[in-house]
Design a protein around this ligand. Structure first.
Ligand SMILES: [Zn+2]
Length: 259
């Protein structure tokens, strides 16, 4: 079967978890910095460039069917959600429409500290398993086969500062001989390797929440998508899942045939 052809679009946006400042006492202080998602880049005119889509308009905004995992999820409480903190992308809400979503995790290295990289991989895999309860996810063998790529590297802010993690999306037009073209997304997560185990897991959980569509932050530290690091990171909360479900009820141009 011929591989689908893809055409890269121009919108790229990033969201980070926290900036970690290293201080002399050997501890680190986590401060939110530019932690809010980057504001959506206004759509240029024409809306997609370069190269422009030849005489093609964008698909209309429509909601996809709610994934069964979210449809059958029963909320255990009435703790609300933080949907009002979520921003749509220039193409609508960042929802996945083909399942399972394929996740590539950078393999453990065979270098000087293979044990630490193995632990990192195991913790990221745990975060993937946690979110799999709410959206079907599977591991991909190669980056090219993945919808979400997770890399063991440190996003840099320069001037000696480093983020713990960052999530970035890109849009593509996917063309094939068997289906009309669609606009699809690819998410890239970079996740710092040198954190304590509990923080690696928390950061992976948090960034995966972004990659699955939660493009914003919770104001409550009891949610996995809280905007900053906390000493005792919470699991995925019912507020996180309720917010995710509301996002998946929203319209998007992603995944619909380009007219
Ligand atoms: Zn974040």
């Amino acid at each position: 079967m011929k591989r689908p052809r893809v055409q890269k679009l121009t919108w790229v946006s990033t969201v980070c978890i926290v900036t970690v400042l290293f201080v002399l006492l050997g501890t680190h202080v986590a401060v939110p910095l530019s932690d809010a998602p980057s504001p959506p880049v206004p759509a240029p005119s024409p809306a997609i460039a370069p190269p422009p889509l030849p005489s093609e308009a964008l698909p209309p905004l429509r909601a996809h069917p709610l994934p069964p995992t979210l449809a059958r999820w029963h909320s255990p409480d009435a703790s609300g959600d933080y949907f009002d903190q979520i921003r749509p992308t220039p193409l609508g809400y960042l929802v996945w429409f083909e399942f399972p979503v394929k996740v590539y995790i950078e393999p453990a290295s065979s270098g000087v500290t293979p044990d630490r990289s193995q632990v990192w991989v195991q913790l990221v895999q745990q975060a993937v398993r946690e979110w799999s309860e709410y959206l079907p996810l599977t591991l991909a063998a190669t980056p090219a086969a993945a919808d979400i790529q997770i890399w063991r590297t440190t996003p840099s802010l320069g001037r000696g500062r480093a983020r713990s993690a960052e999530t970035r999306y890109e849009f593509f037009v996917r063309r094939s001989d068997h289906a009309p073209p669609k606009i699809v997304q690819r998410l890239t997560i970079t996740l710092r390797p040198g954190l304590a185990d509990v923080q690696i897991l928390a950061a992976a959980r948090h960034e995966l929440g972004h990659a699955l569509g939660i493009w914003g932050h919770s104001p409550l530290e009891t949610d996995a998508l809280y905007y900053s690091q906390v000493r005792t990171p919470p699991p995925v909360s019912s507020r996180d899942v309720r917010t995710l479900r509301r996002i998946y009820e929203q319209p998007t141009r992603l995944g619909w045939p380009v007219p």
